[in-house]
Design a protein around this ligand. Structure first.
Ligand code: NAD
Length: 242
């Protein structure tokens, strides 16, 4: 039996999620058993360099992920996080920060989710001078790269690729929340992708309690967590969050 986290003991809570939180919704993680990196080469499909040299390969990965994410439903882990919002008192706050690009926290009802790595659901023009704003687009581009109707430039997914900066507003909001939190809960993340993997160290430096819920122990940050709960987030989180 998993002991419940005493949520009432904390004022400012940050929950950082990764691909593992969406595994039970049928979405593959990047690493680990059956991970996307077993099927797609990250350097060829998920870097800024690849976007410029061979954008179709990037779009094939994104199309694969869009096909799965478009119809995916939030699972009990997303729902437990969304339900936590309603249990807080007026003096408590919850910030949900995700490395995921699937939009499932929002579909579960979590408000104000900080998306560090962008969103699968949107496409944008690669021309920085083009006035076309990112737009909702679930189309799949597996044989041809799409082009902007306004300026003709190549369109790209509105996600953060390796070698790219995080969206500054999202990063700042996350950094502020992590610096101020007294409970930092990481869920379904291998704690290997920067800078999200550094947040637990920041939270600890500021005196927060750090808890991890993941299938496997983290490679680099095992010692820094005060508690580690190993197992499926969709089973553990509803129990931990009551
Ligand atoms: P990751 O693939 O590196 O690690 C996922 C972790 O989740 C692993 O440690 C694994 O043990 C764990 N896990 C798998 N199933 C789980 C479950 N049911 N319950 C709990 N834990 C489980 O993912 P990451 O750390 O989020 O790496 C970051 C990158 O992965 C991000 O850039 C993110 O954009 C990307 N990603 C997102 C999605 C998505 O949006 N759903 C899917 C794949 C990858």
């Amino acid at each position: 039996m998993t002991d419940r986290i005493d949520i009432a003991a904390y004022e400012r809570i940050v929950i950082l999620t990764g691909a593992g939180v969406s595994a039970a919704s049928g979405l593959d993680t990047f690493r680990g058993h059956g991970g996307l990196w077993k099927q797609f080469d990250p350097e060829a499909c998920a870097t800024a360099t690849a976007l410029h040299t061979d954008p179709l390969r990037v779009w094939r990965l994104i199309s694969f992920m869009r096909r799965a994410a478009k119809t995916a439903k939030p699972n009990p882990a997303h729902q437990a996080i969304a339900a936590l919002q309603d249990k807080l008192t007026a003096t408590q706050s919850l910030t949900v920060v995700t490395q995921n690009i699937d939009g499932l926290h929002q579909r579960a009802g979590s408000p104000g989710v900080i998306e560090l790595h962008g969103r699968l659901s949107h496409t944008r023009c690669m021309n920085p001078r083009c006035a076309v704003m990112p737009f909702e687009d679930w189309d799949l581009y597996e044989t041809e790269v799409p082009h902007c109707e306004r300026c003709g430039a190549v369109l790209r997914p509105d996600v953060v690729l390796f070698e790219e900066m995080l969206p500054p507003d999202a990063y700042r909001a996350c950094d502020d929340a992590v610096n101020a939190c007294d409970l930092f809960l990481a869920v379904g993340t291998s704690c290997t992708v920067h800078p999200a993997c550094d947040f637990v160290f920041t939270a600890k430096d500021h005196g927060a309690r750090a808890i991890l819920v993941n299938l496997e122990p983290p490679e680099n940050a095992a010692d820094v967590f005060d508690e580690i709960h190993l197992g499926p987030a969709e089973e553990l989180l509803p129990a931990l969050l009551g």
